[in-house]
Design a protein around this ligand. Structure first.
Ligand SMILES: Nc1ncnc2c1ncn2[C@@H]1O[C@H](COP(=O)(O)OP(=O)(O)OP(=O)(O)O)[C@@H](O)[C@H]1O
Length: 785
């Protein structure tokens, strides 16, 4: 629907008026922040001048206390005012560039007046008139804009649902006070505007999508009742975008009770964190905490083991049976099994058995001799009432051990080694011990008159020092031999059969056991062992929990195992969870949780869980989606957003020798066309490094590795698994030949790589093309050789 010239003029006049008012507000706020800041500085500088301190009498002390307190309160009140004014100022500065992006005219049932609602990234109230010049996009009434076109409509408020009719829905692109575009739209939020937004070049940082949130995405953003919200969405369907706008929505809706540091986002890798880190600040909110599961594992296990990272495991898996050599099939089975619910249950049963018998402890050793044997610890442990939970019994054992150490300290000072050490003490050490002891003895009858007594005390002090590290280790429960207990699962065949079921022992079990034990002996922990190991350890020692976190968002949930999810649930017992994923992008060798949605629904139960599916893909052109969707099961349900571009191209070279020149010429032509971000996607890190070496003299380009902290624009070489979640103007698949991508477990990786392209996709192959290309309808791509 077109907008008339007169309407355009009226709208521009309103923009001018609102912009003027925002500018006035900015000026007022600048004055306010300036003067409050001066005040704060002055109070800090003269803090003590205005405080009367007199400690002569009790009354004086009380008066001094109140004077001090009053001054501190004044300072913190002024600091608070400064913060508020500064926040309001930065909000207004963001708003002035583009005060709003949408308008809804709404007539409530039974009300003859029509309300005009203009939506922007923050509320702007005309304080004189008491009217809203701009509504925050997260206000209850704003949902009309996302959920309805002209016609009957309703929105939810805390006081109940409001029904009425939308009579107009209009969209704007306003830049620096000028309306650049304006559309009247139907039910979906303006295809025109979305077209316009989606056809722009990609950025080094993800953008906010508030002006064009789609109805199905709005359901995700505003869902506030489910304990667990699962979003299964096609590549490019806006899962990550919806999650970030959802965080902004929740922070707005619960601004009195929810702070950004009470929300955690689990990302696939650190670079992704940088990619999404600007969305919330752009919306005027602080960033939530961002982390990866690996960072969590490292924190909990790092020192005990040399811990493999997921990308090293991935490189091994992708190297394939020929390169990896014997043992490949067994490791693949280990990766699969160790992430399975079957193994999770086996470990849970193991813990139940350990409640009755079989715990393993490390003996308590002091100066090379066992002071408490593991047998004694076992005896003590199983003598506790069996109704006491296992972690609590361990705490009882810890206390008993600390008492034993106290007892040891009482006799140990007489040992010869102590006397020897006392003689070797340097005078200053001696004096230090002496002083410490005297301090400790204050008020007691003992005195240092007697030389023997003095020596005894020095010897005792030496023993206490020597015992310090042991006490600290006992407090940290080091005496529970978690490593041996885990190893037992792989060394005691009967035990394992009993736990897992004799008919459920995985294939290659003997080999898996051999490999696992050899690694653990060397204190190495394979990535597939890290989570089950930690799980067993926490079952015994008690789960670490974080009760302050209220929302956990997990992106790329398909790459998590049931084990990991169970962990997150235990780690954040008070949190609601949003899990976003795409089964078709499951790139790890273990079975993805989304394969059986039931597993993930079970986590909190069906009544607390909601599943939303997104099938529309916004990232890539229609041609790219039509080509890629055929690669994955169920792909026919993926709907492209109707944005046209060139068909993907497939170029075949007789061998790898021909690839560099062909790819180089493509990079040059893409750059000439103005493509700002170009990714040359390889299968592995090793291949990426090779390709980077090939081109680094010819082009300015970067190599992305798992250690790359920031996502940047430009031309880059990147392994497919690190390109998860991000996007590029153009994607070049460096070698899409049959030798690179043909095994079933490479299908989803290939699909993930291709779906990173927004506007252009070019595939090169040495020799025969991958079957994932050959299977596609020939009309969906151009074959160029
Ligand atoms: N409603 C929308 N308005 C404008 N752009 C959108 C919208 N929804 C998604 N997009 C754009 O589509 C692209 C893909 O979005 P996003 O990365 O959130 O998808 P995703 O489902 O997480 O993708 P993937 O699973 O493939 O990583 C982004 O460029 C995003 O800005």
């Amino acid at each position: 629907m077109g907008v008339t010239e007169q309407q355009w003029r009226l709208e521009q006049a309103r923009v001018d008026e609102v912009t003027d008012k925002i500018e006035q507000r900015i000026q007022a706020l600048e004055l306010e922040t300036g003067s409050v800041k001066t005040e704060v500085v002055s109070i800090r500088k003269h803090f003590w001048d205005d405080v009367t301190i007199n400690l002569s009498t009790h009354e004086d002390k009380i008066e001094s206390y109140w004077s001090l307190r009053q001054q501190a309160e004044l300072l913190s009140e002024r600091e608070r005012s400064y913060r508020h004014a500064a926040e309001a100022l930065s909000k207004m500065k963001r708003l002035v560039r583009s005060p709003y992006f949408g308008r809804i005219d709404f007539q409530e049932d039974g009300d003859r007046r029509e309300e005009r609602i203009y939506l922007g990234i923050a509320t702007f109230l005309d304080e004189e008139q008491g009217s809203y010049l701009v509504y925050d996009w997260r206000a209850p009434i704003s949902s009309l804009y996302y959920d309805y076109g002209p016609g009957a409509a309703a929105y939810v408020t805390p006081a109940g649902d409001i029904h009425g009719t939308v009579t107009l829905k209009r969209q704007y692109v306003i830049r620096d006070g000028h309306i650049r575009l304006m559309f009247d739209t139907g039910v979906t939020i303006g295809d025109e505007l979305l077209q316009q937004v989606l056809s722009q070049s990609s950025d080094a940082q993800m953008r906010s999508i508030v002006a064009t949130i789609q109805r199905e995405q709005n359901r995700i953003i505003r869902n506030d009742h489910s304990r667990m919200l699962i979003v299964q969405g096609a590549a490019g369907s806006g899962k990550t975008s919806a999650a970030l706008q959802r965080a902004a929505y929740l922070l707005y809706k619960h601004r009195e009770t929810l702070k950004a540091d009470q929300m955690v986002l689990f990302s696939p890798n650190p670079m992704f964190n940088s990619y999404v880190s600007t969305v919330l600040p752009e919306l005027g909110e602080e960033n939530m905490e961002q982390t990866t599961f690996q960072q969590y594992l490292e924190k909990r296990l790092g020192r005990q083991f040399q811990l493999e990272d997921p990308f090293s495991q991935m490189e091994y898996v992708l190297s394939g049976p020929e390169a990896a050599g014997p043992g490949y099939a067994a490791r693949m089975e280990a990766v699969r099994y160790k992430a399975s619910t079957a193994f999770l249950h086996a470990i849970q049963t193991y813990k139940q058995e350990l409640e009755q018998a079989g715990m393993l402890f490390k003996p308590i050793r002091f100066r090379g001799r066992a002071v408490v044997s593991r047998e004694k610890m076992m005896e003590k442990f199983y003598a506790y009432d069996s109704s006491v939970r296992l972690p609590n019994r361990i705490v009882l054992l810890r206390d008993w051990l600390l008492n034993e150490i106290d007892a040891l300290e009482k006799t140990e000072w007489k040992q010869e080694w102590v006397e020897e050490q006392a003689e070797l003490l340097e005078p200053e050490d001696y004096m230090r011990s002496y002083k410490q002891l005297r301090k400790g003895m204050k008020g007691k009858d003992d005195s240092f008159d007697d030389f023997d007594r003095e020596k005894e005390l020095i010897c005792r002090s030496i023993v206490r020092e020597e015992l310090k590290p042991l006490r600290s280790k006992i407090r940290k429960l080091f005496f529970v031999d978690a490593r041996k207990l885990y190893m037992q699962l792989f060394s005691d065949e009967k035990l394992f059969e009993r736990l897992a079921g004799s008919d459920a022992v995985p294939a290659y079990w003997a080999e898996i056991c051999r490999e696992t034990l050899a690694k653990l002996e060397r204190k190495e922990l394979a990535y597939e062992d890290a989570t089950p190991y930690l799980y067993l350890q926490e079952l015994m020692l008690g789960f670490q929990t974080n009760t302050s976190v209220k929302h956990v968002m997990v992106d790329e949930i398909q790459d998590y195992s049931p084990f990991q999810l169970e962990f997150l649930k235990k780690l954040f017992p008070r949190a609601k969870m949003t899990a976003l994923g795409d089964l078709n992008q499951a790139i790890y060798a273990h079975a993805p949780v989304l394969e059986d949605v039931g597993t993930i629904i079970e986590l909190y139960g069906a009544d607390q869980t909601e599943l939303i599916r997104l099938t529309r893909s916004y990232r890539s052109t229609r041609q790219i989606v039509e080509f890629t969707r055929g690669m994955v099961p169920g792909g026919e349900t993926i709907e492209p957003f109707n944005r046209d571009g060139a068909k993907p191209t497939v170029t075949v070279m007789p061998d790898r020798e021909g690839l560099p020149a062909a790819v180089a010429s493509r990079i040059a032509s893409l750059r000439a066309e103005g493509c700002d971000s170009i990714a040359i996607i390889c299968k592995t890190a090793a291949e990426s490094a090779q390709v980077y070496d090939e081109f680094k003299e010819q082009f300015e380009l970067s190599l992305i590795t798992q250690y790359t902290p920031d996502f940047e624009r430009g031309t880059m070489v990147i392994p497919a698994y690190l390109a998860k979640g991000v996007e590029f103007d153009a994607v070049i698949i460096y070698d899409a030949g049959k030798l690179r991508y043909s095994r079933e477990n490479e299908r989803k990786l290939f699909y993930t790589a291709c779906t990173r392209a927004m506007h252009r996709l070019h595939l090169y192959a040495a020799g025969d093309v991958s079957p994932f290309i050959a299977e596609q309808h020939p009309d969906t791509y151009e074959f160029t050789g």
